[in-house]
Write a protein that binds this ligand. Structure first.
Ligand code: FAD
Length: 493
């Protein structure tokens, strides 16, 4: 088999993949893979914005660090939090150079907003569709680079390492193609699709984590999963529409089934502005109190024009579902949203596997601790993907690229049995939603292990469906292993 060589191969074209490509030395040949269209990723769904200390007259690094640590339960990697917070403003300013159009105040300065867990207005945003604005601006920037080849609708199906060389098997336009490099950046995003209900896009199946795990990379704290308290309560769709944290930031109230405020009972000071994990857990407590899973978010007491102008996307989406948020409360419920754990990396995004880097949601830099502070994720994607690029630039010695000859296993095999992905999703939804059910997890891990063994050794044809089933099963296996270990430690099981 012939493998075409690149200096760097980046798997993923969300904010972390794109920004890494933009910061790599232009003398290097770079290949980027995107399993679906370029804008189908979690980055493009981000609504609220990017958190950074941009207004030094009202804010400072220590306050942003403190908020990040409080939200993260002080389980954060403090060195990396410092890197995140202190380097963040540089990258947010740099986005302006790529044409990102952040909302402005009348005096021309960036209009910074407030979100849950932040003690200052520090979220730069483009209305309520910040991620799409950033992704489309960065795509435009990358497309101008003649050293970058982007393969869209191209699924990574195999990634292994021989010596210093990574070997890639990808499916592009129905055909397998083979590539090699000594520098791989995994920027494959989250794992939301391991749940029945998630805010994540269809690509979030944990493929990068599965490949890294199978290459011997250290996977850290995969059970640090975030459940956002305010997804639109619409269990007709697997992808739940998020009602941004910024709506609470602008003063929305959380109401129980009796349309009464309740957060003051659990969080007397922060009320609705407590961090996400706290609010989601408080909603579960309130559900026990009232016996009802009906919850609402209400901002209808504010000026309708302000709501429509500040949240045009959310307003229109919710209106499509039959609710006018300028006039009435809208139904919401917690839902899987984000992964804090991931592929373990150091302060410049390197894993324990030589030449393998991980950036963005698939990576674990430790900046989020056990719960990510709102709008710190895009910031992490930006800061650490740039640091990865700088590390590769520093170590790069320019050499001629060629073709590598190597054997590679055939993708042929038996068809994948139906229903594995659905079964995994049901298992995760019942054994770990907001708070882990240790007893259920201890039962479910047996079935997940069985499915993992079947997928690893069953001789199935290597297709996108097979890889996604294998990734979801591997991710579920690692998460539930951690949950079961925790349950044993606590003496519950
Ligand atoms: C609804 C929603 C709202 C959010 N709002 C905010 C917010 O306001 N602020 C904030 O900071 N964060 C927010 N987040 C989180 C944030 O958007 C993400 O964590 C972040 O953008 C992840 O970026 P990424 O580059 O790591 O991954 P993604 O943007 O998800 O990109 C992953 C890429 O990997 C590719 N890929 C995956 N597997 C394969 C494969 N097998 N082969 C080829 N390519 C593959 C995909 O095609 C995609 O291009 C939000 C998330 C969601 C879902």
């Amino acid at each position: 088999m012939k493998f075409k060589e690149y200096d760097v191969i980046i798997v993923g074209t969300g904010v972390s993949g794109l920004y890494a490509a933009l910061n790599l030395d232009s003398s290097m040949q770079i290949l980027m893979l995107s399993k679906r269209e370029l804008t189908l990723c979690n980055s493009a769904l981000a609504q609220g914005g990017v958190a950074a200390v941009m207004d030094t007259s009202n804010d400072n690094y220590e306050l942003h660090i403190k908020d990040t640590l409080i939200a993260g339960g002080y389980k954060n990697n403090i060195d990396n939090v410092r890197i995140l917070v202190e380097q963040g403003p540089k990258d947010v300013k740099n986005l302006l150079n790529y044409g990102v159009d952040f909302d402005r105040k009348q005096d021309g300065s960036i209009d910074l907003t407030l979100e849950g867990g932040h003690c200052r207005h520090r979220i730069a945003h483009h209305k309520d569709s910040t991620g799409f604005e950033i992704v489309t601006s960065l795509i435009e920037g990358v497309k101008k680079l003649s050293n970058v080849t982007i393969l869209e609708n191209t699924h990574l199906l195999g990634l292994t390492k021989r010596g210093d060389d990574f070997l890639f098997d990808v499916l592009h336009e129905g055909k397998h193609s083979y590539y090699t490099t000594k520098n791989t950046i995994l920027a494959t995003g989250g794992i939301g699709r391991v749940y029945d209900y998630t805010t994540n896009s269809a690509i979030a199946t944990g493929d990068g984590i599965q490949f890294a795990y199978n290459m011997g990379a250290d996977i850290q704290h995969l059970s640090y999963v975030q459940f956002h308290p305010t997804a639109f309560a619409d269990h007709e769709n697997r992808e739940c529409f998020l009602v941004s944290e910024a709506v609470r930031g602008e003063g929305a109230y959380l109401l129980n089934c009796n349309k009464e405020r309740f957060m003051h009972k659990y969080e007397p000071e922060r009320k609705e502005l407590a961090p996400r994990d706290v609010v989601s857990k408080d909603m579960m407590k309130e559900q026990k109190e009232t016996g009802s899973d009906k919850f609402y978010l209400d901002i209808s007491y504010k000026d309708p024009e302000f709501i429509k102008n500040r949240f045009p996307m959310i307003y229109n989406k919710v209106l499509e579902k039959g609710y006018d948020m300028t006039k009435e409360p809208i139904p919401i419920y917690p839902c899987q949203h984000y992964l804090m754990g991931g592929i373990g990396v150091n302060g410049h995004g390197a894993t324990n596997v030589k030449g393998l880097y991980a950036a963005g949601e698939c990576a674990h830099t430790g900046v989020h601790g056990i719960n990510r502070l709102a709008s710190n994720s895009l910031l992490e994607a930006l800061v650490f993907s740039r640091l990865i690029a700088e590390d590769i630039n520093k170590n790069n010695t320019h050499r001629e690229l060629g073709t590598l000859e190597a054997d590679y296993p055939s993708p042929d095999g038996k068809p994948l049995p139906k229903g594995i992905r659905t079964e995994i999703r049901h298992i995760m939804q019942r054994s770990y939603f907001v708070v882990p059910d240790y007893v259920e997890a201890a039962k479910d891990i047996k079935r997940v292990t069985e499915l993992k063994n079947l997928l690893d050794n069953g001789g199935f044809e290597v297709t996108p469906d097979y890889i996604e089933a294998k990734s979801l099963t591997t991710v579920a296996y690692i998460i539930l292993s951690e949950v079961v270990a925790e349950g044993k430690e606590k003496g519950i099981i």
